[in-house]
Design a protein around this ligand. Sequence first.
Ligand code: WT7
Length: 650
Amino acid sequence: MTQPAKPATLPTLVPPPAEFAAQANVSGMEAYKALYESAVNDPAAFWGHLAETELDWFQRFDKALDWQPPFAKWFSGGKINVSYNCLDRHTKTARKNKAAIIFEGEPGDQRIITYQELHRLVCRFASSLLTLGLETGDRAIIYMPMIPEAAIAMLACARLGIPHSVVFGGFSAEALKARIQDLEAKVVLTADGGWRRGKEVKLKEAVDEALKFCPTVEHVVVYQRTGSAVHLESGRDHWWHVLDETAREEVPAVELDSEHPLYVLYTSGTTGKPKGILHTTGGYLLQCTMTMKWVFDLKESDTYWCTADVGWVTGHSYVVYGPLSAGATTVMYEGAPDTPAFDRWWRLVDKYKVSIFYTSPTAIRALIRQGDHWPERHKLDSIRLLGSVGEPINPAAWEWFHRVIGGNRCPIVDTWWQTETGAIMIAAMPGAVPLKPGSGTLPMPGLVAEIVDNHGNLVPEGHEGFLILKTPWPGMLRTIWGDPERFKEQYWSKVPGAYFTGDAARRDKDGYYWILGRVDDVMNVSGHRLSTMEIESALVRHPAVAESAVVGKPHEITGQAVCCFVTLKKGISDHEKLGVELRQWVAHEIGPFARPEEIRFTEALPKTRSGKIMRRLLREIVTSHTVAGDVTTLEDMNVLTSLSAQHDED
Ligand code: WT7
């Protein structure tokens, strides 16, 4: 293994390369500013015009925006279907034989699916869902590997107006169960398993486990991916391929209200219970489509690859809905970047001549560590644009990505957004906006992003504060599924009338945004959001645990790692065994990706006099190994001394 790259000296301003700007969808700063201004000045006219010209409607909308804060309706009265916009409309043009999906499985199997063929497969699967008696408004859970059938399942649901919730395959049966229950899903779409690092991730087993407690589920459809033996519950479980035998080739897309729920995606919040973020139809699709063109500068000839799993919002907006609506060729890869070797991604870029490559800083850091000889083995000159998402991109990762992967030729769009925002909010239009490495640069058209203090007052230029969004946007979340009160409280109460992002940021003299990370009890591990409370509640469900406090600790590759402070019930002391067991326990309760890096046993946790755990102090201990902050509200100073001392013994 080579050493991690030395801290790089980076240019402070990287203007769009002339050649790139010359061909860009949005070329030059003036063009960006004109778009931004016209959207700010008259959002309804701006988005209304784009909705009419960029999407296909069955019935035109009456009103572009109906804004009753914090509830927005976009394109009211309009009838539209996402699946129609992603498929049918392309099959009426020369795109019909263009590759919609280029897929490679981890074992090396490949499929190239044209728009026409994808349309056919989606119709057939929609037909199977109809055979099971599913109707518009019923809910589906999708728990699948990264294979085309995951996208097919999503698009078939969208076609019928069945709101779906994709659950990342790395989530456990427990987490799956909670999501099925909250959504009151009628059907679960899954597979026997998927391939990851040469091993099978057994999905159907987890479904069986979860369904012991999910009375709303009437049907399970199982796609055969790995061929391993699975149990099929008669009357409930159906093979995908058996249903397909009698499927129809044409199933019309249902004409849905623009505000019809498209999907619910669960994300961690500041309590133990994940929030079901609701996205609807017309507005969401428009924003995904436009950002494909603005930020990814999408052209007819591009081969576009976003490495995210469909289980995360990035997979929804930028593997499936955005690219397909915009008529792109989207690459899907099932497995791990290191299987069979660390050049798997670069091999794929070379093989399929990927031109736009979108990934995360955590993946970049992991690959840097393996050495430059892996990418150097492959021709990467098909790439013309790079993208990053999930956390701020650190200088060493930026420099390497730009030089080694982008051949010093490609702009890097650093895209700031969230599950809640549905689509990219702050990012460069790469032919227009000069980059500043580490900054997301400027907001998307019409978006008013401000930095404020605790009282909602603007902070001076260059100062740190809370990032809020002051204007509604088409792709915004509409509510938290089944909990509008939590929606109001979580996002709209901190600064009245504004959307609270939960991120700290500063804005520099050029209006560029620098995101500094979360300000709530949410960790960012490998670009995925994890809630401290969720892990704490998992830990205290273990019979040996009395109390726990979880904090994120800086980590070279994953950005943050999960560090748990645990106090045990009286009489329990086998720390070594329990440490292993508790890490496994969290993986079982939430999913392997949430497995804590570290469990620290302690006699007591630092608390305020009112009994609140002072996670801030614990964060300081794991970050700097000392406590410098204010401890005047701390109940028992001795706790701190012993916690810091414990580290010195490590
Ligand atoms: C949180 C949202 C949106 C897809 C991935 C994660 C952080 C995301 C950036 C970026 C700095 C970023 C923020 C945000 N984040 N992108 N380019 N620069 N921070 O989605 O799980 O909803 O997490 O990820 O903290 O609030 P998510």
